[in-house]
Design a binder for this molecule. Structure first.
Ligand code: NI
Length: 166
């Protein structure tokens, strides 16, 4: 179990660096991140959230419904995003108790390195597309409070308003 950083920890606003080679140490980190995510409990966790400023995140969009499907994405790269959007409520382990309505591309194509060091390219849809974009944002120091609409921003606490980026 790794401690999860919360706002306003400055780590959450930094841009994470590429991972590069997949090592045993990285595989151990990924395993620890997954266990931390399950215990939190959450559907995704990114490096900066545990103070590791590297481009790695884990997601599992099905475990809360009973079946685990863990994925580890290393050095992910957004290849394409649909014009069609999806609007839904997102939460973040680093901003507990603040559900935010977020609009994002409904489908994306993502390229990443997996734990075997292989390059994978996949088209993601549904919850998986949402989660992957949320975690990818973490790697770039972007948080859901930056994506709040005007109304939500006005209703948020002064602290969160001050933290949100345009
Ligand atoms: Ni988050």
């Amino acid at each position: 179990m790794l401690p999860i950083l919360r706002v306003p920890d400055p780590c959450l606003r930094r841009v994470a660096l590429p991972v590069g080679a997949v090592t045993d140490e990285l595989r151990q980190l990924a395993a620890d991140m997954l266990e931390t995510m399950y215990a939190a409990p959450g559907r995704g966790l990114a490096g900066p959230q545990i103070g590791v400023l590297r481009r790695i995140f884990v997601i599992d969009t099905t475990w809360k419904e009973g079946a685990r499907s863990p994925r580890v994405l290393i050095d992910p790269e957004l290849i394409a995003a649909s014009e069609a959007t999806h609007t839904g409520i997102e939460g973040c382990l680093s901003i507990p108790g603040l559900p935010v309505v977020v609009t994002r591309p409904a489908e994306i194509t993502l390229r990443w390195t997996d734990l075997d060091g292989a390059t994978r390219t996949e088209h993601l849809t549904g919850v998986e597309a949402v989660c992957a974009q949320h975690e990818l944002d973490h790697l770039n120091g972007r948080l859901i409070i930056d994506l709040m609409d005007e109304e939500a921003r006005a209703a948020a606490s002064p602290e969160l308003q001050a933290m949100a980026r345009p």
